[in-house]
Design a protein. Structure first.
Length: 74
């Protein structure tokens, strides 16, 4: 009986990781305005910039923001 109880306590939360409502409650939400991506484009045109590593952590990253980044890089 103890194995079943402890197994339920340990294993049951693992099932929550697959559910959207749990992800919305526990994962941080990062929302970056498109104006930030536009200002990043100004930074990319700096004459002394040689290397850039860009990691995007934006939960609302969509086609509009991707186009802004693409246009500023190209």
């Amino acid at each position: 009986m103890c194995t079943v109880i402890w197994g339920g306590i340990i294993i049951l939360p693992l099932f929550f990781l697959c559910m959207d409502w749990w992800k919305r409650c526990t994962f941080p939400a990062f929302t970056i305005a498109p104006s930030v991506y536009m200002s990043l484009g100004k930074l990319l045109h700096a004459p002394n910039l040689r290397n850039l590593t860009l990691n995007i952590k934006d939960n609302t990253f969509d086609g509009q923001k991707a186009n802004i980044l693409y246009n500023s890089i190209s």
